[in-house]
Design a protein around this ligand. Structure first.
Ligand code: HAM
Length: 410
């Protein structure tokens, strides 16, 4: 038997319905904040992601050559693609631009629960607003969106400036290595990198920075940094709006394009793969041939949210099985159509079974059967049977539809 590729999943209808209902909640929040959906290709030129996404992601990409020998990759994330699209198509659109997406991404990682090779992100990008309020809006939107799903999580908010201040003077390669260790919370690795470069004296301020639980403490560790006012304003807005978050200046982010505010979210009930949100302020447009433009965005790891939520209860949906004798088929098809037009899920027998076999089959999924036989055709009626109570009554089609609709369906 052929199997699906490692790290991918199949989704049966029950799971898809749950996923769509959670996706819909996120979409609704995005809509209310004015973020409109965009879509970019599943694959892009490789260089789009090698420019600024960072070593980690580059090694995880699904890279291939197309038939003309172009180097392509399945997208490992969507931000770079959205900014490419902005440079290609969006420069004339009045700023700020508020866009969102729900898209699958591909990373060749070691699969485990919550970590897949194909996974979905719900993300937003706010392009062209370089203010504390812009950063705060994106964080508040992330918070709202996660809340709408019902997941319980901790939101951490930081800024890269204090960490970069501690690492200033190092060459970008070393900075990157150190920040990669901090991002993975790999303290042993960090110690080794610092020791190998004679930078062990940085271990203490870096640890102190990660331990800061307020903005004031941060500047006690680093002294003043030019971004201080901006940082205080961003955090002040979050506080003024009662956002529940933890200041965390140890956030380094795994992608290389971040420039300022950064934030992450963690599901409380998940183990190793508990990061369900990542985002921050970044600059990418100038790399793709556009003008330098400030942007801020995030992506929610949709699959991890689903793992965290477990089974999602969906509103009850009434299902009607339309069963008939052979001579009543034309009428039965019309009856089924009338139920569907009223928004009710109606399924007809396709197997040419006898009436009682049809009812027995319908009972596996349906709450009601509508029986259309010779008598009903002649009388212009249907017989509605409630399969849970066994109650059965002949009536007009409109009454049958009203009877099922009154039972509740979504
Ligand atoms: P990221 O942190 O690399 O950020 O990914 C965002 C989220 O995607 C993660 O927090 C995680 O929940 C989920 N995720 C990542 N890898 C996997 C995987 N293998 N399996 C399941 N879920 C995964 C970004 O991608 C940035 N583009 C976010 C952003 C948007 N920054 C600014 N705008």
């Amino acid at each position: 038997m052929l199997q699906k590729p490692r790290g991918t999943r199949d989704f049966l209808p029950e799971e898809m319905e749950q996923r769509r209902s959670i996706e819909q909640r996120m979409r609704e929040v995005a809509r209310r904040w004015g973020y409109r959906e965009v879509c970019t290709p599943d694959f892009e030129h490789l260089e789009l992601f090698t420019m600024k996404s960072g070593e980690g992601i580059i090694q995880e990409m699904y890279v291939f050559e197309d038939k003309s020998g172009r180097k392509m990759t399945l997208r490992p994330e969507v931000t770079a693609a959205v900014l490419r699209m902005y440079v290609n198509e969006g420069r004339v659109i009045p700023k700020p631009i508020r866009w969102c997406y729900f898209a699958d991404c591909f990373r060749y990682e070691r699969p485990q629960k919550g970590r897949y090779r194909q996974f979905w992100q719900f993300g937003v990008e706010l392009i062209g607003a370089d203010t504390a309020l812009a950063d705060a809006e994106v964080i508040m939107l992330a918070d709202d969106m996660l809340r709408s799903t019902g997941v319980t999580f901790d939101l951490h908010v930081g800024h890269l400036a204090p960490m970069k201040h501690i690492l200033s003077g190092l060459d970008p390669g070393d900075q990157g290595l150190i920040m990669a260790c901090l991002d993975k919370h790999d303290l042993e690795g960090l110690e080794a990198v610092l020791a190998a470069r004679g930078l062990s004296h940085l271990a203490e301020p870096l640890a102190a920075l990660s331990g800061c639980r307020s903005v004031d403490e941060v500047f006690e560790v680093t002294g003043d940094v030019p971004e201080r006012t901006r940082i205080e304003e961003t955090f002040g807005i979050l506080d003024s709006q009662g956002v529940s978050y933890r200041p965390d200046f140890g956030i380094a982010r795994g992608l290389d394009y971040y420039t300022g505010t950064v934030f992450e979210g963690f599901a409380r009930n998940l183990g190793a793969e508990n990061q369900i949100l990542g985002g921050g302020a970044y600059r990418l447009a100038h790399l793709f041939g556009g003008e330098d433009v400030a942007s801020c965005g995030f992506a929610i790891g949709f699959d991890r949210v689903m793992v965290s939520l477990g089974e999602v209860e969906l509103p009850h949906e009434s299902v009607v099985g339309v069963v008939c004798t052979p001579e009543a088929r034309t009428r039965a098809l019309q009856v089924a159509r009338a139920f569907r037009e009223a928004g009710i899920r109606a399924e007809v027998d396709l197997m040419q079974r006898g009436l009682s076999a049809q009812v027995a089959h319908a009972a596996k999924t349906a709450e009601f059967v509508v029986i259309v036989g010779k008598r009903e055709v002649e009388a212009g009626t249907v017989t509605l049977k409630n399969l849970s109570t066994g109650e059965q009554k002949e009536m007009g089609l409109e009454d049958a539809i009203a009877g099922v609709a009154g039972h509740g369906h979504r």
